[in-house]
Design a protein around this ligand. Sequence first.
Ligand SMILES: Nc1ncnc2c1ncn2[C@@H]1O[C@H](COP(=O)(O)OP(=O)(O)OP(=O)(O)O)[C@@H](O)[C@H]1O
Length: 580
Amino acid sequence: MTTRLPLASRREVRRWALHTAAAHRREFSVMLGLFCLATLIGLAGPQLLGRLVDGVVEGTTSARVDLLAAAFVLVLVLQALAKKAARFRGRMFGERVLAQTREQLVTNALDLPLGRVEAAGTGDLLSRATTDLSRLDHAVRFAAPEILIAVVTVVLTSIAMIATSPLLALALLVALPLLVPVNVWYQRKIPSVLAWMLDRWGDVQSATHETVEGARTVEALGLADRRIRTGRRALDQAILGERRQRALQLRWLPSLEISYVLPIAALLLLGMFAYSRGWADLGTITTMLAYAQAMTAPLNEALFWLEDLQVALAAARRVLGVHPTGSDPKVTAVPRGRDIEVRDVRFGYTADREVLHGIDLTVPRGERLAIVGPSGAGKSTLGRLLAGISAPTGGSIRVGGTEVSTLADDVLRGEVLLLTQEHHTFSGTLRENLALPARRTGGDWTDEELLSALASAGAAEWAAGLPDGLDTRLGSGAYAVPAGLAQQLALARVVLADPHTLVLDEATSLLDTGSARELERSLNAVLEGRTVIAIAHRLHTAAAADRVAVVEGGRITELGSHQQLLAAEGPYARLVAAAS
Ligand SMILES: Nc1ncnc2c1ncn2[C@@H]1O[C@H](COP(=O)(O)OP(=O)(O)OP(=O)(O)O)[C@@H](O)[C@H]1O
């Protein structure tokens, strides 16, 4: 079962938009100013047209007609230039906002507790960081400026119409009885429909991502058909979401279109009536009609972009929902002791199934503890809790008196670190791959420190043979790092992070025996002087530990030295007998 990452509320999105506009006050004002300028220039056009009609009706010279016509063309040219400049500014503004939003998303994603990302499924985070962000990108760069133009045009043109003829401007009101209720209805319905649809598209991406990531497993276990079916189901749901959105739009758009042509019809009727009574001249009616007409083009354009903007608003709720809220502020003070105290720890991945049922354990500084037990007993789960990756659902795990899961990442890394078989080499230089833990005293790691960490991990010789030394680019598309060396790089990172306690979970289990032996030598050097909690999948490692804890069914059923437990002839003795 997955627990999706949260959505930001609509209020949070509004606050983000206002905050962004305030943070870029200058650019935003320039952009808005240019849009207003373009509209204001445009307002002169209908006035000129009105004068032209009045002139023709009342009689004028052809030179004056030419002059008015030339002025009209000039207005159009100036307006086009101002709009072009405004659009350019709008795109620049959009780019800047997006760059910041992207950076913030990455920072927030990195701050999310690992347990939370895993519970949501990496596809959820991935779809927010890719598809949703590009939906937002598109809207900020294109839809938002066009809609802003329409809003500015409607507001300024309405003001100009009221100023030109308050009587004829009453025609604008006929749009309201249709516009208001339909929009209230639509705005109430659409957010949940869009949020549902984007979640379904997130599922499509998750399903695809998981299939591609686990392609070998899919192939080996013959799961292709099942994965295709899962993908299809996700896609069907996403298409259903699209249909629901379109169905709502189909009912909304026509009334919107009607509501902006209605005022033109009403204006013609009202104009005829006012003219017959001598309340308005032909020039004024022409000006008012030209104003009403001038609103339709930007409104049409805005309608076209409104859908994008609405989808982007829903996407913004997903993008801004990626933040480590809900958790208390992290503890940045380094704990004073190094003993680990586990008290009545309970944990469940889901609310309805507890996996650990009350674990009590004290691991004194410098001890080597092996955790053994049958598959599925909860050993790895306990290891993750000990390393602060997930917080227990009940009880406490403290290091030096501080709850492990509340420690800030940089502090936690220097206290307890989990080492597993999964070692990713990031695309970047060897230096960047090594320098992932922050330097406790601040500043950058020196070359000497990095090389010495590599030497402790047994990778000095390999690093010396690299074409650009510490600056050699590694990862996909660059220098490929073999599995054994990736693990040695992970060990070098451990040396740099320098935690006093290491939790080892299958740290060497995937390697062939030759590499495993070499890695174990490096590992032993790195383990020197630290507390080690090893989840022992091979029982011979347990024999070398100071104490062994047997976990069965989410409980510690036996705890003591190898010799004591063998003599007790209990669960441990039975496991050893079964293994030999
Ligand atoms: N991410 C997860 N979501 C839900 N349940 C999980 C998850 N990981 C493990 N479990 C369940 O929790 C229980 C304990 O699993 P855990 O991996 O801790 O056992 P283990 O003793 O380490 O087993 P193994 O030796 O096979 O790795 C199992 O029933 C497992 O199915």
